[in-house]
Design a protein around this ligand. Structure first.
Ligand code: URA
Length: 444
């Protein structure tokens, strides 16, 4: 296969056949193409799009580029959740051990930071020693023992997604429905799932801010899942402002622990419970959302979810003391600066993209594939849109490596948090529920 032919055809608005897409994905994972040519192909796809058959074939090639896990012998369905990406979204870290503590098998494969959004793997790796690159054998053994793993793509599992994901991140080719759908569904289907819950973000900080495009992405992924016999439930949720308070890798692990202890910010807890309830129902551990929520709340209140997280950390080589004394185990930023409001009024907006890019500027994200991450930096955003605040009130804490970083973070908070006189309209946290049967509008 000559990649230049595919690039030329897609650039000119032509179609790449399903066989060509499958071969492309498998061969790219095997190291047969140069990144600069694949980058050009991705950009052509970004502008020209893929039809449903092309998207499915790309996804299938990505899936076939590695091995597949199979947990059918465990006697209960394996269920997972994935998000299309946000700022401050640490829900996966909470959800995997929480749902596993309720008896559902959760073999979670996550991604790294992408564009302005954070990545579950980068967050988990802020726990000293935590290994997100388990071999197939180790992953299988851990899920059999604990009912849960939190890993990333490897050379064995979804390798094409690992390479394409990193390349898209460095070439501004993330925001394309077929590429997002193929990326998410290939790694999720590699887990051998009996059901999948997807959190598709909408709003200013989402890769696809408009509701119509988010719905199109949801329906694309549902169709792929159904074609492979994997039921998919999607919640469309707001990424109009960062989720929770903590934004930054180690800070988000700390906040995840707060939620696992039964506390944490209300929006983070609510989204976790809503997604978790869907997972429990899909996995047959509850008959309806009400029963599922009480089981999840019980696992939080009794410490069962926290204990499961401790076991997963230990099993994956991380320092389990992080659970009890996160401040002593997680990396800490050298500088902390509070940002105070210069006026009274209502918070109009907290721009998630500005905060996400701010984390990268502080050293907490990547701008090239080779960059390393400083897990200690980030923000604690202390206000939400709709809050009434007084002049002099603290709006955010900036956590930086040095004084220059703190100044940079301060400029970023100033740009992100917009204050006005009128109380803004409320944006629901969860706006739609989408399944193979159709779209329900919600108002939560
Ligand atoms: N999450 C993924 O795994 N892939 C994408 O392309 C976007 C979000």
């Amino acid at each position: 296969m000559h990649l230049i032919d595919l690039i030329t055809r897609k650039r000119d608005g032509g179609r790449i056949s399903p066989d060509e897409w499958r071969t492309f994905a498998v061969d790219y994972a095997a190291g047969k193409f140069r990144d600069y040519q694949v980058a050009a192909l991705l950009m052509a796809v970004f502008f020209r799009g893929l039809d449903d058959e092309e998207t499915y074939a790309l996804m299938e090639g990505m899936l076939d580029s590695g091995a597949r896990l199979d947990f059918s012998h465990l006697g209960s369905a394996a269920i997972d959740k994935h998000s299309t990406g946000g700022v401050g979204d640490k829900v996966s870290i909470i959800l995997a051990p929480l749902v596993a503590a309720c008896g559902v098998v959760v073999p979670m494969i996550s991604g790294r930071a992408l564009g302005h959004t954070g990545g579950t793997l980068d967050k988990l790796e802020s726990i000293p020693g935590f290994n997100t690159r388990l071999s197939m054998a180790a992953a299988r053994a851990q899920v059999e023992r604990l009912g849960c793993m939190l890993i990333g793509q490897t050379d064995e599992i979804a390798p094409a997604d690992r390479k394409l994901y990193a390349l898209r991140d460095a070439t501004a080719t993330v925001e394309a429905i077929p590429l997002i759908a193929a990326s998410i569904m290939s790694k999720k289907l590699a887990e051998g799932l009996g059901g999948l819950v997807l959190d598709v973000k909408t709003g200013a900080g989402a890769f696809l801010p408009e509701t119509e495009r988010a719905l199109e992405l949801a329906q694309t992924m549902i169709a792929i899942g159904e074609r492979r016999g994997c039921p998919v439930v999607v919640l469309l949720t707001s990424m109009d402002h960062p989720l929770g308070v903590a934004c930054g890798n180690a800070l988000e692990v700390e906040e995840s622990l707060d939620v696992l202890r039964g506390g944490g910010p209300a929006d983070t807890r609510e989204l976790t419970l809503a997604l978790g309830a869907e997972m429990l129902v899909l996995g047959g551990a509850a008959t309806d959302a009400g029963e599922a929520r009480s089981r999840l709340e019980h696992a939080l209140n009794t410490g069962a979810a926290l204990q499961k997280f401790r076991q997963v950390i230990e099993a994956q080589g991380g320092d389990p003391r992080v659970v009890d004394t996160p401040g002593e185990v997680l990396p800490q930023a050298a500088e902390q600066l509070m940002f105070f409001s210069h006026r009274s009024g209502f918070i109009q907006r907290v721009e998630p993209r500005v905060i996400g890019r701010g984390i990268i500027a502080l050293g907490g994200g990547r701008t090239t594939m080779e960059d390393t991450i400083d897990a200690s930096v980030g923000f604690r955003i202390l206000v939400k849109p709709g809050d009434h605040i007084m002049r002099g009130q603290p709006l955010a804490a900036i956590l930086a490596r040095d004084a220059a970083g703190a100044e940079l973070g301060s400029a970023c908070v100033k740009e992100a948090i917009i204050i006005g006189d009128e109380e803004p309209a409320r944006v629901p946290l969860i706006s739609h529920r989408v399944t193979g049967r159709g779209v329900e509008t919600l108002t939560k």
